[in-house]
Design a protein around this ligand. Structure first.
Ligand code: ZN
Length: 658
């Protein structure tokens, strides 16, 4: 195993993981060796006869576990984007062991005592020291021996349940797929879409990860729509039981740690800080959002000529878009060619705002032939980092879009950042890749996260780039979405892939007008999921749930968000954000998206007040906010950028909720 590529730092530029050398059989030995190495390093810190200092304790911890870190970061990236059966087996085997390993460090009494003895006058060191102290307390360092024993059991059980939940979900996307024998039942889908899902004389439409399947907007056969919708909301029924177990065990853990419920535990180290703050915020939005959705439902019923059902919503929403706004989203696609969107849109906007440039590096390979690598240069031409881009959907990739780090920036190690973006765009069998407007927006969104990672300029990896509170992390990425429709940016990238003609201004006007329609639906769908997450994690310790589906109904009714035509974006049985391993870190945290949208709407206003796409504006946002990562109180960083505390009004106006 001397040749295990995880055992030594990568020799490639920017320490890009050497994917060409990494094989599946390297992961388990690297995990095992990495955990053992880190435990030895921790023992050495504890055994140090010198008095505890920042350098020999906190900084030494920051430096520990490099093999484990390199392995974890590559494995979780591949497990999300290209998970073979073997990768899934390794996941099941290794996740409980990693949980145990974390507990072995965080519940190490001698280590905790040593951290408590450290003091420092340096503000950056003091910030990190406090972070470590809080991490240890939140992990149970202050508990008694028997309490810690129970905590370890709970953590292991929670990891096992969450892994089972996500694997059930992965299976359900095909196991609960819509299968039809006669292509006529799929009328409305394009010929190529129908052809793409043909399998041995049948047509198999797999489920995407959220409630409202995109095909519902196109299928003309009402019964096909009903069947697809019901398959979607009832998938992976065995996950209801797992969700109950997860929620009740989390409540027990919260009680052990001194909190009234998991929600209180979860928000304590977020910018929201208290459950009351979250409830006050969501409470302001529910009433107006439901009223908007009801108004939209009336328009849809009018269009349909009969009372619509949930599976009819998207279909008639498209019809209203066409009849009322004369807008058909498909007309835009020829103007959104993937490579142009990336280079002349996403990169161009970043160039104008921040003065950075990009060079493709074909010599630096990713884990899959479709991954592209770009070297990013700062304003003065000096190297800034690497950006990897994996745009296409594949059966081994999970749903959605995301950013992740492959190398964290830090001055401690002298590392420049290596970040990547994943999208889920269908790869055409031939010809150019043409995007929907939603996919264009997503590309800008994810690149906003990438910039947060690339511009990181901090001393310690623990607080690098996107290592900020979960209810803050979406904010910079949401801000970056604004450039997708900024006139000079749009004019630069939105050109017909055959003729090079710009998008007709009239078509853009229609798009902007039509965008406002269906905001009620989108807001209710989101809020219902956020409030469902909240209800599961407000369970009191010891409280049991006999009937999870009834619990779900009562939760939505209790919150005033129940509306039979608009179900939550995720029901309990497929709410991966809050119950899955890996991505499941949003328990009692799904509110974060709208929480950070308050900051986003404020910031978009600031850019507009200050003349938009200018280097001065980009430099201010970069230095006040993007470069500091989590190395200070992020709300102080926001105030430095904006000049005052966030107000909710810009968000209410944007979503039509005043
Ligand atoms: Zn995001």
């Amino acid at each position: 195993m001397a040749e295990n590529p995880f055992f030594a730092p990568s020799a490639l530029p920017y320490r890009l993981p050497d994917f060409a050398r990494i094989r599946e059989e390297h992961y388990l030995p690297a995990f095992e060796h990495g955990m053992a190495e880190q435990l030895r390093e921790v023992e050495a810190i504890v055994a140090d006869p010198e008095p505890a200092t920042f350098a020999n304790t906190v900084e030494a911890l920051e430096r520990s576990g490099q093999i484990l870190y390199r392995t974890t970061i590559v494995f979780s990236s591949v497990a999300a984007s290209d998970a073979t059966d073997r990768i899934r087996e390794i996941e099941t085997e290794i996740f409980p062991k990693l949980t145990k390993h974390d507990d072995a460090i965080r519940l190490n009494r001698a280590l905790y005592e040593r951290i408590k003895q450290v003091s420092t006058d340096d503000p950056q060191e003091a910030w990190l020291l406090e972070k470590y102290r809080v991490d240890f307390v939140r992990a149970g360092a202050d508990l008694s021996e028997p309490e810690q024993r129970r905590l370890r059991e709970l953590n292991e059980e929670l990891t096992r349940l969450a892994t089972a939940f996500s694997q059930n979900l992965l299976k359900a996307s095909t196991a609960s797929a819509l299968v039809v024998g006669d292509p006529a039942e799929l009328d409305g889908l394009s010929e190529s879409a129908i052809k793409a899902i043909e399998k041995d004389g049948e047509y198999v439409l797999p489920l995407l990860n959220f409630t409202n399947q995109p095909a519902l907007a196109e299928l003309t056969n009402r019964d096909t729509r009903r069947r697809l919708y019901e398959l979607s909301v009832n998938r992976a029924p065995e996950n209801f039981g797992l969700a109950v177990r997860l929620a009740t065990l989390r409540a027990e853990r919260a009680a052990l740690l001194g909190y009234s419920d998991h929600a209180a535990y979860s928000v304590a180290d977020q910018t929201a800080k208290t459950t009351e703050a979250v409830e006050e915020m969501l409470g302001k939005l529910v009433g107006p959002a439901v009223a908007n959705a009801r108004r939209e439902a009336e328009a849809l019923t009018q269009e349909a000529g009969f009372p619509i059902e949930p599976w009819d919503w998207s279909f008639y929403a498209e019809k209203v878009r066409k009849s009322r706004y004369d807008f058909d989203g498909a007309e835009l696609r020829p103007y959104f060619e993937l490579d142009r969107v990336l280079r002349d849109g996403v990169f161009h906007a970043a160039g104008e705002l921040y003065g950075i440039t990009f060079t493709e590096r074909d010599d630096l390979a990713g884990y899959h032939p479709d991954v592209r690598t770009f070297e990013v240069f700062d304003t003065d031409g000096s190297p800034l980092g690497l950006f990897l881009f994996d745009p296409y959907a594949r059966p081994t990739k999970r749903g959605g879009a995301w950013m992740n780090n492959l190398v964290d920036q830090s001055h401690l190690f002298g590392h420049l950042p290596v970040v990547m973006n994943n999208l889920n765009i269908t790869k055409p069998t031939q010809g150019p890749t043409l995007l929907t407007f939603d996919e264009v927006t997503t590309a800008f969104h994810e690149f906003g996260h990438a910039l947060h990672g690339l511009f990181s300029d901090v001393r310690f990896p623990r607080v690098s780039g996107t290592e900020v509170p979960r209810d803050f992390v979406e904010y910079p990425s949401q801000v970056n979405e604004m450039w997708a429709t900024w006139p000079s940016v749009l004019a630069n990238f939105a050109r017909h892939h055959e003729t090079g003609e710009p998008v007709p201004a009239e078509l853009l006007e229609k798009m902007k007008a039509a965008e406002k329609f269906n905001q009620g639906f989108a807001t209710v769908e989101y809020l219902a999921a956020a409030l469902l997450d909240w209800a599961w994690h407000k369970l009191a310790p010891g409280q049991t749930v006999e009937d999870p589906e009834a619990f779900e109904t009562q939760a939505l009714e209790g919150a005033g968000i129940a509306f039979e035509l608009v179900r939550p974006r995720y029901r309990t049985n497929y709410f991966a954000h809050i119950f899955s391993s890996g991505v499941g870190g949003y328990s009692a945290g799904y509110y974060s998206y709208i929480w950070s949208e308050v900051l986003d709407a404020e910031s978009v206003e600031w850019f507009k007040e200050n003349d938009g796409l200018r280097r001065e504006n980009g430099d201010h946002f970069r230095s006040a906010l993007l470069s500091v990562g989590g190395s200070m109180d992020v709300m102080d960083a926001f105030r430095t950028f904006r000049g005052h505390d966030p107000r909710i009004e810009p968000l209410l106006e944007r979503r039509g909720l005043q």
